[in-house]
Design a protein around this ligand. Structure first.
Ligand code: ADP
Ligand code: MG
Length: 333
């Protein structure tokens, strides 16, 4: 059996699951979460509907406090929802909590590992918690896969931050779940380890695991995810295939420093939605699908300006939320 074979490691669940190969790894309907009560009540999720296809590398993108961890922790059975429904691998989280937990492995945002156990002990304990029989355990195989074989019997407190992060991934894999959830996995991980980490997650995905990644880095979501949902203030503002989303976000900003001091915007540039930052800087927003940087630069030169320096940047998350929210409102009217 390969490391990522997705018959469940727990035999009871496996017996029940054989026939079930759902089209969607996760489906969520009208999910609502309010933390606390009365004056302290804090709405974290509002009417979330979400379908994550089986086999997807799915990105849940949003700024800090958007509700990403809340959503994931509800799916993982760690936080109670207020209302709505969720299915994992076809099982309802209310009526079939046990099966849903077997179907999902969560790598949490917080590094919570007992420092007095070794990686091997940590995985054996976790396997015990998930009811994986001794003969079905793959502790050595998993340690090898995450590059911790050499540290298998060292105390976890002696491991580096990156190794601990990989141990958390290993923990999420002991019951061979078909869905792996990564909650901001690269926060605080250095660049070289990030590379290794993504290579490994890429392998998991290639072997058929459905991946749900939360991040507040657009570049990370763009690079790895085939579908992206964007969540802001507890609401989904977008959910589509990555290329379609990027096209919809079709907006870049070109900033130009001119040799001349300007008091007013040349009229020929106002059609580009240029903005003047006196004395000599211009910010021009354009749509790469409709206009090339060359067109913009030509227009600047035609206006009689000499370009001293320039930079382009993609729109940042805030711009994206504004654009999406605006377009949603526009669509409704
Ligand atoms: P994200 O993971 O996107 O950063 P979270 O799901 O952690 O967002 O938080 C969403 C909102 O819910 C935030 O406003 C946060 O302060 C609040 N929140 C999260 N956990 C709790 C909790 N245990 N009690 C009260 N409020 C919480
Ligand atoms: Mg979070």
């Amino acid at each position: 059996m390969g490391l990522m074979a997705h018959d469940f490691a727990n035999e009871d669940v496996r017996a029940n699951s054989r026939a079930v190969v759902p089209d969607y790894a996760i489906t969520v309907r009208s999910l609502h979460k309010v933390y606390g009560r009365g004056e302290k009540a804090k709405t974290a999720l509002t009417s979330i509907d979400l379908d994550i296809p089986r086999g997807a590398f799915f990105g849940l993108l949003g700024p800090n406090g958007a509700g990403k961890s809340t959503l994931i922790n509800i799916l993982a059975g760690l936080v109670l929802k207020t209302s709505g429904t969720a299915r994992i691998w076809g099982y309802d989280i209310d009526t079939n909590a046990r099966a849903t937990r077997q179907a999902i492995g969560v790598v949490p945002q917080e590094l919570n590992i007992d420092p007095f156990f070794t990686p091997r002990e940590t995985l054996e304990l976790q396997a015990g918690l998930y009811g994986v029989p001794k003969r079905s355990r793959r502790t050595d195989e998993i340690l090898e896969a995450v590059g911790l074989s050499a540290q298998a019997d060292s105390y976890t407190r002696t491991l580096s931050g990156g190794m601990r992060r990989r141990l958390l991934v290993a923990k999420a894999l002991v019951h061979a779940p078909p869905i792996v959830v990564l909650d901001e996995p690269t926060a605080g991980v250095d660049v070289e380890l990030r590379q290794q980490f993504w290579t490994y997650v890429g392998r998991l995905h290639a072997d058929g695991t459905t991946i749900l990644l939360t991040t507040h880095y657009l570049e990370e979501a763009e690079r790895f995810c085939d579908r992206i949902a964007i969540i802001n203030h507890g609401s989904l503002v977008a959910c589509e295939a990555t290329p379609a989303l990027l096209t919809r976000l079709d907006s870049k900003i070109l900033t130009i420093s001119c040799a001349q001091d300007l008091t007013t915007l040349p009229p020929s540039l106002s059609t580009y939605g240029a903005q003047l930052f006196p004395p000599s800087r211009l910010a021009i927003r354009y749509r790469p699908s409709q206009t090339t940087v060359g067109d913009v630069l030509t227009a600047v030169q035609r206006a009689g300006l000499t370009i001293v320096d320039l930079t382009t940047e993609d729109s940042d998350l805030e711009d994206i939320f504004l654009a999406l929210t605006k377009r949603n409102t526009d669509g409704a009217t």
